[in-house]
Design a protein around this ligand. Structure first.
Ligand code: AMP
Length: 402
């Protein structure tokens, strides 16, 4: 039997097919530019002999309903999955579970309504996630379908960690609080680290830095998230590819009063034109590192700002946790950008964090230890795998373990 994991973004659909017996991947695919003039669909699948690629420069895929049909076509044509009855379960990534969902859950009408009610908190993502769920339910209603929430791992954050110092009634009436995101990734890599270090997860303390185009830090105490840098929305915290991360909230009022930008324009600018891109014109860390090497002052400054913010979060979460077993880097930048890891950890010997440059500059597909031999804190690079974590959670729900 198989497990299908569906991740429907605002203009893309990512999917992965796992064998339910050992969670090996038999196919993975991506349909992009949904709703644009031209869409593209690609599938990588295993045909029993080797890995094959299937590319379909399709006609425009107008919306997610069509994308899901295209996904089913690709899986059928490749032979990766001929019939939906081959599926033991389907997992759906859902961005926002608000306070309603602490755990993955079997989807029924009540769950769909609850996800719908959370749309104001994630106006771009939850509708796309919901369409994916609805179409999959229409086509494969008899197969157990499980929602796995990006926010769920952070529901263990205590009240003093998730409340903002705003009038309390804004929390009561409008749900204004920190939720945090990237929970599936933080959960996956922190569990992998505890296993790797042979420490029981319920006694494991760590700081996870998930550094992709979006980025967030997470403080994990005894296997539970106790703080995270993203807030009510994914705009807060670290410097990201195009998002600003933490800023003085009064900047937005200042801009509105003095620049002629309205609130929607400012919102767009903070989300899509800020972060690394705003600072130096590129949100691609590879480009930034190469230009910095060539002597670009602009790129070097963006790099310093990026790493300084990381260092501040490491310090803050170290203080929140009191002690840590490990500091973990993951995500496209965390896994690949050795200079970022080295620079963010510089000067942290007092906390027991020291990097071995030679180990840091190695490249491995699997878990990498990059701390100095005698260091008190293990510094690990762990490739994240959100789809696999979703498949693991789907299996647990189907087996009644969660
Ligand atoms: P993600 O959102 O996890 O796919 O990560 C995207 C980010 O990872 C982008 O900023 C990429 O430039 C960065 N990235 C990917 N590969 C590398 C690499 N080899 N070196 C440095 N940065 C990388």
């Amino acid at each position: 039997m198989k497990i299908l994991v569906i991740n429907s973004g605002s203009s893309s659909l990512k999917f992965q097919l796992f064998d339910s017996s050992d969670l090996t991947v038999s196919a993975s695919g991506l349909i992009e530019q949904i709703g644009e003039e031209q869409s593209s669909a690609r599938l990588t699948y295993f045909d029993g002999v080797g890995t094959r690629q299937m590319l379909k420069q399709s006609e425009p895929v107008a919306e997610h309903r069509q994308a899901i049909k295209l996904m089913a076509e690709l899986l059928r044509e490749s032979g990766a999955m001929i019939d939906v009855r081959e599926l033991a379960g389907i997992g759906h990534r859902v961005v926002h579970g608000g306070e309603a969902f602490h755990e993955p859950i079997l989807i029924d009408d009540a769950v769909i309504s609850a996800i719908e009610e959370l749309i104001p908190l994630a106006p771009l993502h939850n509708p796309a996630n919901l369409t994916g769920i609805r179409v999959a339910m229409d086509h494969a209603g008899d197969i157990p379908q499980v929602a796995v929430f990006d926010t769920a791992f952070h529901q263990s954050i205590p009240e003093y960690g998730y409340l903002y110092a705003l009038p309390y009634k804004l929390y009561e009436k409008y749900n204004v609080r920190r939720y945090g995101f990237h929970g599936t990734s933080h959960s996956f890599v922190s569990k992998a680290a505890a296993r790797f270090l042979d420490i029981p997860y319920d006694r494991f303390n760590c700081i996870v830095l998930h550094l992709g185009n979006g980025a967030s830090a997470c403080a994990v105490e005894n296997g539970k998230s106790v703080d995270t840098s993203m807030g009510m929305t994914p705009l807060a915290g670290l410097v990201m590819g195009t998002r600003c991360g933490d800023i003085d909230p009064a900047i937005t009022f200042y801009l509105e009063r003095n620049t002629g930008m309205d609130v929607n324009r400012i919102d767009d600018m903070l989300n899509h034109e800020s972060g690394l891109k705003g600072l130096c014109g590129s949100n691609d860390m590879r480009e930034l590192l190469a230009a910095k090497e060539q002597g670009s002052k602009e790129m070097a400054l963006a790099f310093d700002i990026y790493c300084y913010r990381l260092k501040k979060y490491i310090g803050a979460y170290f203080a929140a946790l009191g002690r840590i077993d490990a500091l973990i880097f993951t995500g496209g930048i965390g896994e690949n950008a050795a200079p970022v890891r080295e620079h963010a950890c510089q000067g942290l010997a007092g906390l027991g964090i020291t990097i071995n440059s030679e180990k840091n500059n190695q490249r491995k597909e699997r878990i990498m230890e990059i701390h100095q031999d005698e260091a008190a804190v293990k510094v690990l690079v762990i490739p994240t795998d959100e789809e696999r974590e979703i498949a693991i959670q789907v299996m647990a729900v189907i087996k009644g373990e969660r």
